[in-house]
Design a protein around this ligand. Sequence first.
Ligand code: ZN
Length: 318
Amino acid sequence: MDGIYLLWCRLANWTPLLPPPWCTPSGVVRAPIRDVVSVLYVQTFIEVAERVWVARYEWADVNVTAIGSERGLVVVDTHGSTAAGRNVLADLDRLGVGSVAHVVNSHWHWDHTFGNAAFREAARDVPIHAHEEAAIWLADRGEHMKRRFAESPDQPHGSELAATEIVIPDLTFAYAAVLDLGDRVLELAFPGRGHTSGDIVVRVADADVVIAGDLVEESAKPWIGMDSWPLEWPATLDVVLESVGQNTLVIPGHGVPVDRTFVRAQRKEINQIVQTVRTLAGQGVPADRAAVEGEWPWEVDDRIHNAVARGYEALFSS
Ligand SMILES: [Zn+2]
């Protein structure tokens, strides 16, 4: 992460938490982003590349990215409730770099889409872009997911979840879309199935940034759910890696920005899981023994159980 710097101490409320030599008497600091962001949850936007800002919100530890242009801001992901989305908009207002012209949902999951309504409150016609599968899943499962979370006794955000209106993306695509922003162009691309059936990546070519959604996670192992496609995930990351160069900044769905080496390493781990699932299935190990009998790169948790379930399902249905 060498060579990536940001202005920092202007955010006065955080300043006392930052040790020297980051803070200077002028109140401006230059520091490697990994050093700073890993210390704190940065619940406001910081510029990580030319007119590309990321806010890392504590609830769900999720990233929201804003890209500036002469035709307004593009916001990738909207956080986990209408109230949380309003908070994102307030943070963008404070940043003062323009109004929101486009919203993008990287995939259908609640922590990336449930803030959509706040953006429509602020601008009735703002387009919300997503993969067509993401729109279908959010329409089919969003309300169920919302109720489940809202009613969960250990969910501190239950009431705001209950008050959340789910807004489905209205501009969807199957393979790729281009947003012409005047002085820059954004590429939205579907690299294949992985974390879900409709994860997209957003490329800001002029800033050498790739926003990867939950196809890549930094602060936890990537989530393999019952809506994931683990067997296809490594090949999907190979497609993503084609647009990730030596100096490309990759913004994951959760955690600090990473680079090509990190994405390659995570692809290798997911591939190890896939190969283990294939081997166990080939040996006739029953699904309920697979998690115990396999050798996994990660501690066995729901991710591995789900990888086995989804892997066996795919292998034995083909
Ligand atoms: Zn997700």
